[in-house]
Design a protein around this ligand. Structure first.
Ligand SMILES: [Fe+2]
Length: 133
C-alpha cells in the first residue's frame, strides 16, 4: 500500500501538501480496489479526480520552478506532460480489477519515484541557491 513518508518532503510548503494529497488519492484507490467490487463509474470518477488534481499540482509546481528560475524547468515540464498523457491513455484501458491493479502499480511507483528524484532536485536547488529567511 502506497503511503506518505516525511522523507518525501522537498521543503516547499504547498508542493509538499499537494504530494501528500496525491499519495492519499492513490492510497484510497488502492484500498477501494482491495476491498470492493470493480465498478466502472466509481473507478472512472476516481481517476478523473486524480488526473484533475495532478494537473492542478503540476501547474503550481511549474509556476514555482519558474519563480525561482529553476534550471531544469523544461525537462521537468516534459516529464509532467508525458505522465498526464500516460494517465489519460491508461484511463481508457481500465476495464476490470486486473487493469486497475496495473494502473495503481504504475501510478504509485511513478509518483514516489518522481517526488524523490525529480522534485527532490528542486528542493536541493532551493537549499543551495535561496536565502532561507
Ligand atoms: Fe514534478
Amino acid at each position: 500500500m502506497v503511503k506518505w513518508d516525511e522523507k518525501f518532503r522537498i521543503g516547499v510548503g504547498n508542493i509538499d501538501y499537494h504530494h501528500r494529497k496525491l499519495v492519499q488519492i492513490i492510497a484510497d484507490l488502492e484500498e477501494y480496489e482491495q476491498s470492493q467490487e470493480f465498478e466502472p463509474h466509481v473507478v472512472g470518477d476516481a481517476l478523473d479526480t486524480l488526473c484533475e488534481y495532478t494537473k492542478y499540482h503540476f501547474k503550481a509546481e511549474e509556476e514555482f520552478m519558474e519563480k525561482v528560475d529553476y534550471p531544469q524547468l523544461t525537462e521537468h515540464k516534459k516529464i509532467h506532460i508525458s505522465f498526464i498523457e500516460k494517465v489519460v491513455e491508461m484511463q481508457s484501458e481500465v476495464k476490470n480489477k486486473e487493469t486497475l491493479q496495473n494502473i495503481i502499480f504504475f501510478l504509485s511507483t511513478w509518483l514516489i519515484h518522481h517526488i524523490k528524484q525529480e522534485d527532490g532536485k528542486i528542493g536541493t536547488f532551493i537549499d543551495n541557491n535561496l536565502e532561507t529567511n
